[in-house]
Design a protein around this ligand. Structure first.
Ligand code: NDP
Length: 244
C-alpha cells in the first residue's frame, strides 16, 4: 500500500522482528520519521542499516521505570503502533504469576504507558493523531495453552474502545488490527506442531494464514487519513477464520 506519511513522526514498538520490523520499513519508505522501539539491540543495529535515519530505542517495555526513562521525553509523535507482545504458553491450571505478570506488563500495560506518553504530547500540541494497537483473533477466540495471551488481547479490545472514547475529542483515533496466525517467530511458535498447524490452516475459509504484508497494510490504512472516520474499531486480518 503506497501512502505518504512525509512530515509525520511515528513510533513502533516491537520493532526488531516480524510485523513490527516490516511496519517500520513501510513507514520509513512512506516518508515518515520512525522511532523504532525494541528489546534486542542487534535487531536495531541491522534495522538502522536498512532504514537510515530511524531513531532506535532499546528498552524492555515490560519494565515501567525503564520505559519511562527511555520514552518519557521522546517528543512529538503523530502515529503510534503498539505492536510488542509475548506469548508464554501454559495450560490454564499451570499458569504462573510470573508468566501472567510478564504477559500483561508487555502486552497490555506497556500499551497504556506508551499511549499515555504519546497522547499527552499530541494533546499539548493540539495535533491530531492515530494509534494502532496490534491485537489478534485471540481477542475473540481462544486456544489451548494461550489463556494468558488471549486475555491480554481480549482486554486490548476494551482498551482500544476506551482510548478511542476519551481521546476522540482531541482528534486522536485509536483502532486495532486483529490478525490470525502470521508465520513470524511468534506465529511459528504458536503453530509449531505440524498437525495442529495443518488443522488450523484448514479452518480458514481462504485455507491460509495471513502474511506480514497483509497486517502491515491494515496498520498503515488505520494510521492514515484514508480511515479518517474510523475509531474504536478493529480490522480482522484473519483469512475468514472468524466466519468459519
Ligand atoms: P515476533 O515475536 O516475531 O516479534 C515481536 C517483537 O516484539 C520482537 O522484536 C520482540 O523483541 C519485541 N518485544 C517483545 N517483547 C518486548 C519487550 N518486553 N520490550 C520490547 N520489545 C519487545 O512477533 P510478531 O511480529 O508475530 O507479533 C507482533 C504483534 O502481532 C504482537 O502484538 C502479536 O501478539 C500480534 N499477532 C501475531 C500473530 C502471529 O501469528 N505472529 C497473530 C496475531 C497477532 P525480542 O525478540 O528482542 O524479544
Amino acid at each position: 500500500m503506497k501512502l505518504n506519511f512525509s512530515g509525520l513522526r511515528s513510533l513502533v514498538t516491537g520493532a526488531g522482528k516480524g510485523i513490527g520490523r516490516d511496519t517500520v520499513k513501510a513507514l520509513h519508505a512512506s516518508g515518515a520519521k520512525v522511532v523504532a522501539v525494541t528489546r534486542t539491540n542487534t535487531d536495531l543495529v541491522s534495522l538502522a542499516k536498512e532504514c537510515p535515519g530511524i531513531e532506535p530505542v532499546c528498552v524492555d517495555l515490560g519494565d515501567w521505570e525503564a520505559t519511562e526513562k527511555a520514552l518519557g521525553d521522546i517528543g512529538p509523535v503523530d502515529l503510534l503502533v503498539n505492536n510488542a507482545a509475548v506469548v508464554l504458553k501454559q495450560p490454564f491450571l499451570n499458569i504462573t504469576k510470573e508468566a501472567f505478570d510478564r504477559s500483561f506488563n508487555v502486552n497490555l500495560r506497556s500499551v497504556f504507558q506508551v499511549s499515555q506518553i504519546v497522547a499527552r504530547d499530541m494533546i499539548n500540541r493540539g495535533m491530531a493523531g492515530s494509534i494502532v494497537n496490534v491485537s489478534s483473533i485471540a481477542a475473540h477466540v481462544t486456544y489451548p495453552g494461550l489463556t494468558t495471551y488471549c486475555s491480554t488481547k481480549g482486554a486490548m479490545t476494551m482498551l482500544t474502545k476506551a482510548m478511542a472514547m476519551e481521546l476522540g475529542p482531541h482528534k486522536i483515533r485509536v483502532n486495532s488490527v486483529n490478525p490470525t496466525v502470521v508465520l513470524t517467530d511468534m506465529g511459528k511458535k504458536i503453530s509449531a506442531d505440524p498437525d495442529i498447524g495443518r488443522k488450523l490452516k484448514e479452518r480458514h475459509p481462504l485455507r491460509k494464514f495471513a502474511e506480514v504484508e497483509d497486517v502491515v497494510n491494515s496498520i498503515l490504512f488505520l494510521l492514515s487519513d484514508s480511515s479518517a472516520s474510523t475509531s474504536g474499531s478493529g480490522i480482522l486480518v484473519d483469512a475468514g477464520y472468524l466466519a468459519s
